[in-house]
Every structure is written in C-alpha cells, then in structure tokens.
Design a protein around this ligand. Structure first.
Ligand code: FAD
Length: 473
C-alpha cells in the first residue's frame, strides 16, 4: 500500500468502482477500501441454497449496467464479462391466463395491447428513438439540459404519477397493469408524482437494449470491472471497515460509496452542523423482502410468454398493485403484493446443476420490517404458475435486517440508497449545485444516494469522479 493517494474510494459497490476507474483512467493514484470480504456491495452472487446453485443476492437484471454511457465505454468483455439476452425482456401474467410481453420490438409489444396499440407505440417510439439525447440529462444531477426540448418533452410524460399516465394513455386495464409492472420498480406509491418516470425509463431500456444480465451471476459484472481497474493500476483493499477518516492513508480526496446516515457516522469529516442537519433529514424508502429458490425445474408459468422472459412482474389487477405499493408506505402489507421475479437459469446454464434451476424474487415491504413474506410471495407466483411450490428444492430468505447485515448501505431494506420521490430524485442527498461534494472540500459522495439514484449503472460514481476531477485535478 502506498503512503499517499489522489483519491481513496470507500466502498466497492458498482458506483464506488466506477468512480475509481474514472479517476484511475485519468492517470491519478487511487485505491478502494471495502469493509466486506467480497467486493460488489449489492451486486454479488452466492450459493445461498444448495451447492452449485448461484443466486444474485441483490441486483440481478442489469439493463442500466449494459446501457450506462460510462460502463459501456469500458472494455469489460475483455475482462471476462459475458451478457445474456433473454428471449423476452419481461412479461406480466394476468388472472385469466393471458400475459403481455415486453419485446425489444415496440410494434410487436404494442400489438398485444389491442385498442391501446397506437397509444403504446406513440408513447415509447419517440423515447427509444431519442434515448441517446436524453440519457446524459437523465443520468446526472439537475442542470441545464444538453437537449432542452427533448428533456422537456420527456418531463411532461415523466412527472405525473404512473396512475395518471396509465389512465391517460391506456383504455384497457391489462395495458395499465403492464405499465405498472415497470413503474412499480420505483418503490413509490403508484399515485405519487414522477413514479411514471421509472416505467418510462425501464421500458424504454427494454426496447432499446433488452434486460440483459451477466453470465454466471451479477458478481461477474463486478469482477470484470475490478479486473479492468486493477489492470490499469488501481488497488482494492478488502475487509477494511472504515469508521474514521484517519484509518485511511493520506489522500487528496475521499469518495464515499455510502448513504448519508453512514457518512454522518464517520469520524473526522468536520462537517458543519447545518450540513449534518440537512443530511440527517434525508429520507429512506420502503424495504424489500428477498427470496431465492433452488428449483427442480423452471417456474411452470401457465403462459408461454412468462416461461420465455428473464423477468416476470406479478400483480393481478390495477387495484391489487396500487394497494400493494401504497400500503407499504403506511407500514402495512397486503396479502397480494407486487412481486418481481427473475429466472436466469432458463437462459444461463451455469447458474444451477444440469437440469435444475434458480429463481430470484422480492416484494416491497415497509422500511425496517422483519417479518417473513416468503409465503405470500410464493402464493402470488403459484397463481400464475400452478405447481411452482412443488418444484422448490430449497429456499433462502432475507428480510430487511438481514439485507442490511449483508450490505450496510441497505438501510431498513431500502435497495436504492434513499427514497426516490420527486423531492429526492435529482436532488439527492440534498439540494445543491453539486450534490456529490460536501462542505469538506476533500470529501465526496458517490453512492446511489446521489443522482441518478438506485440501479447498477455506475453513473453516480462517474458523476462524482468528474466533480472530483473538476475541483482538484
Ligand atoms: C435485493 C436487491 C435487488 C436489486 N435488484 C436490482 C436489479 O435487478 N437491477 C439493478 O440495476 N439494481 C438492482 N438493485 C439496486 C442496486 O444493487 C444498487 O442500486 C447498487 O448496487 C448501488 O450501488 P452503490 O455502489 O451505490 O452501493 P452498494 O452496492 O450498496 O455498495 C456500497 C459498498 O460500500 C461498502 N461499505 C459500506 N460502509 C462501508 C464502510 N464503513 N467501510 C468500507 N466499506 C463500506 C459496502 O460493503 C458495499 O460494498 C437491487 C438491490 C438489492 C439489494
């Protein structure tokens, strides 16, 4: 280990590593310090159930990792990354046994929606066409947009709630439920402002890039990033739980891949009282309850589209989905929650022993709730896939406290580093011109608690590193 660095990054999540790569690429001397024995934060793969079954403990489907303007500029394939593209990015089953599939082809997707075909096509076609113009403005802090007209047009559609947008565009309930499936990734009530933006962005990415995932597990994404990072001279130090600044070697700058609550606990930052107070009022969002299964066969979805999709969104009526996403913010759970399911092993035979399978799922829960919701998750899947429970060889469950123990950034089970409502979407952790800098000129934040927020895209790290470069180098 050197005695002095240009930048030290605390935390090896996808944002921490992205920040480190960017600065190392600029010829600076950097190192990452990570508290866990394995790098990757919420992007790690483990044999949680039985030997040979590889489960993504956190993030599992990485369209934003594939499409990220920064990450796609890196030679990750040369460092072992292999992408898997499911036949169908995502599907949504309905109670009558039918399902809608989101294909990469917008027209093929729209046709399934009957009367809503034209509305769906007119909603997504311009977004997919203009995505390259939009992405830089959407994936950074609030500022003067590079493409103001496109940004404004997107804002008009994205600012309303998912409920309002769905009602405005779609006559059929199935079309609205289908849109809710991707909008509900926001972890917000579906009637809250800007919840539509998540559905728009995620479905646009499905049409543009598919919803791919790394062969062998999400961990391989991190491994390829670190392989590239160390190949250009970066250093990774594991099992270094940082509690105070002077535990670290001397460095011109420090970038924390931590959320506000954790950063405030680090001693020696010399933050003034007012900044502490503002950071202390940062809001965390709802939590998740996670389940992984080792299966004797793939999930027996009744509908073929679901059997061919990498991701399946479950929620059988508009009301069921709205209630599910509303109640968690009132500290309640419905018995029929919205469930996100991923089924990698259908497309990636390295995930499970021959002929056997894995499945990954979670539902949203009130923050810090520690109850076991695996039964209601399994009940929901069983409604679309009768016989599912008979395929289970073993399961692993993680409540919000167990997720928080797995990764200290998952506060109360919040997987996005803080609530992503309209007040904290672009202005996180607090509203200021450069949300990455702090009152201590040597300290920066690079986690998903900064814009553009949760997801494996590395853009928080990239933006923070650019702020460091601009201010110091
Ligand atoms: C169950 C679950 C499912 C998800 N699904 C998806 C998905 O399918 N697709 C998607 O794009 N995103 C998904 N996400 C979200 C995504 O994983 C996160 O948004 C992303 O990992 C955030 O990256 P980060 O670098 O900001 O933080 P993290 O990945 O949380 O990394 C932070 C790192 O900092 C380390 N650290 C914390 N404190 C200290 C300390 N004091 N000293 C040293 N190190 C420290 C932690 O150990 C950790 O390694 C999911 C997350 C979870 C938990």
């Amino acid at each position: 280990m050197s005695l002095s660095y240009d930048a030290i990054i605390i935390g090896s999540g996808s944002n921490g590593i992205s920040a480190a790569i960017y600065l190392q690429q600029k010829g600076l001397k950097t190192a990452i310090f990570e508290q866990a024995a394995n790098p990757g934060g919420s992007t790690r793969t483990q044999e949680l159930t039985l030997p040979g079954f590889k489960h993504d403990v956190g993030s599992a489907i990485l369209p934003m990792g594939f499409g990220s303007p920064f990450l796609r500029s890196l030679p990750l394939e040369e460092h072992g990354l292999e992408w898997i593209f499911p036949e169908i990015p995502y599907a949504h089953p309905f109670s009558d046994g039918s399902a809608h599939a989101c294909y990469t082809d917008i027209r093929k997707t729209a046709v399934q929606l009957g009367d809503d075909e034209a509305s769906y096509f007119n909603l997504f076609e311009p977004l997919v066409k203009d995505w390259e113009k939009l992405e830089n403005d959407l994936l950074g802090p609030l500022g003067i947009p590079q493409h103001p007209l496109d940004f404004m047009k997107f804002g008009l559609k994205a600012l309303p709630s998912a409920k309002l947008l769905a009602k405005h565009y779609f006559k059929n309930e199935k079309s609205r439920i289908f849109f809710y499936g991707s909008a509900a990734h926001s972890t917000l009530p579906l009637n809250s402002l800007a919840s539509a933006s998540f559905g728009l962005v995620l479905s646009t990415m499905a049409h543009k890039y598919n919803w791919p995932f790394p062969k062998g597990g999400a961990q391989n994404f991190i491994n390829s990033m670190l392989s590239y990072y160390t190949s250009i001279g970066g250093e990774l130090h594991l099992e270094k739980n940082i509690t105070q600044l002077d535990e670290l070697p001397e460095s011109k700058t420090y970038l924390f891949d931590l959320t506000p609550k954790q950063l405030l606990k680090i001693k020696g930052t010399d933050f003034p009282g007012l900044y502490r107070k503002r950071m202390d009022s940062f809001k965390y969002g709802a939590g998740v309850f996670k389940v992984d299964w080792a299966l004797s066969e793939p999930i027996p979805f009744t509908n073929e589209k679901c059997r061919k999709a990498g991701t399946v969104h479950i929620g059988f009526s508009e009301e069921e989905m709205e209630n599910s996403e509303q109640s968690i913010h009132q500290k309640n759970m419905t018995q029929t929650p919205y469930v996100l399911v991923a089924q990698h092993s259908i497309f990636d035979n390295t995930r499970a022993p021959e002929g056997q399978h894995t499945a990954w799922a979670y539902c949203h829960v009130p923050n810090a709730n520690t109850e076991d919701f695996s039964k209601i998750i399994e009940d929901q899947i069983e409604r679309a896939a009768p016989g599912f429970k008979d395929c289970i060889l073993k399961k692993s469950t993680m409540n919000s406290a167990q997720l928080n123990a797995f990764n200290p950034n998952i506060i109360g089970g919040d997987i996005n580093g803080g609530k992503q409502d309209i007040t904290q979407l672009f202005t996180r952790p607090i509203a200021k011109m450069s949300p990455y800098s702090t009152p201590n000129p040597r300290i920066y934040i690079c986690s998903s608690s900064t814009p553009p927020g949760g997801g494996v895209h590395g853009m928080c790290g990239f933006n923070a590193a650019r702020a460091v470069e601009k201010d110091h180098f």
